[in-house]
Design a protein around this ligand. Sequence first.
Ligand SMILES: Nc1ncnc2c1ncn2[C@@H]1O[C@H](COP(=O)(O)OP(=O)(O)O)[C@@H](O)[C@H]1O
Ligand SMILES: O=C(O)C1=C[C@@H](OP(=O)(O)O)[C@@H](O)[C@H](O)C1
Ligand SMILES: [Mg+2]
Length: 168
Amino acid sequence: MKKNIVLIGMPGVGKSTVGVILAKILGYKFVDTDLVIQEKEGKLLREIIAEKGIDGFLDTEDRILKSFKAENSVIATGGSVVYSKNAMANLAKNGIIVYLKLDYNKLKYRLGNIKNRGVVIRKGQSLSGLFKERTALYEKYSQITIDENGCNIEKTVNKIVAEVKRGL
Ligand SMILES: Nc1ncnc2c1ncn2[C@@H]1O[C@H](COP(=O)(O)OP(=O)(O)O)[C@@H](O)[C@H]1O
Ligand SMILES: O=C(O)C1=C[C@@H](OP(=O)(O)O)[C@@H](O)[C@H](O)C1
Ligand SMILES: [Mg+2]
């Protein structure tokens, strides 16, 4: 059995976009945990957030991902997964945790286009505050960090392939 490759990082960094290409190149399956949550709940993420609030969404993510199972897979997580210790422990059991890292300004630009997906951010919290809080968590959990600055999608994928092949 191959170890899963688990992508973590801020929303908009490319976990979902890059993940599916990575899976194709490596011959792995691809799972996006956001879609797993949507399917299990029968609702869109932004509907869950609107109905249950941020804490309700985080509880849902925690409940589903602490017992989520996958094999031979590239797993694109949602950016907020690092708030769940249980989910991270479960994902790390059989996976190598890869942090996709991008500078704040570039991320801010990309996030401008994905507002309707719903990001877990507290009322009054700034994006830069969120970035700082999240960065500490992504660094805490990652085994491999991929600096995506200056890389297009293909180059990012190639960087991950090179790094994970050393780690597997
Ligand atoms: N180098 C890059 N790597 C990944 N995504 C990129 C890159 N450059 C631009 N993008 C764009 O940024 C967005 C990333 O979105 P997505 O894959 O949904 O991120 P995430 O799953 O991390 O929230 C996509 O619109 C993608 O086309
Ligand atoms: O970082 C976040 O707060 C979130 C990121 C989203 O996934 P992506 O990171 O794939 O955009 C999704 O899980 C949810 O809307 C919350
Ligand atoms: Mg995604």
